[in-house]
Design a protein around this ligand. Structure first.
Ligand SMILES: [Zn+2]
Length: 57
């Protein structure tokens, strides 16, 4: 998993989960966007990936 599966919801402070499956074959690059959905307030977050979002394994 190259990017975080969860982010903090900026609306309610809950946890937003990655709404799409990203497999090892998927090559995300800075500038791509991913969608997170908050499990608590159902807010949708479209996040443009930048280099800081990638997790080094
Ligand atoms: Zn929320």
């Amino acid at each position: 998993m190259p990017i975080a599966e969860h982010i903090d919801c900026m609306e309610c402070g809950g946890t937003a989960h990655l709404a799409q499956l990203i497999g090892p074959e998927d090559d995300l690059e800075p500038g791509d966007s991913v969608v997170y959905l908050c499990g608590e307030c159902a807010q949708r977050w479209d996040v443009v990936v930048d280099e800081d979002d990638f997790i080094d394994d």
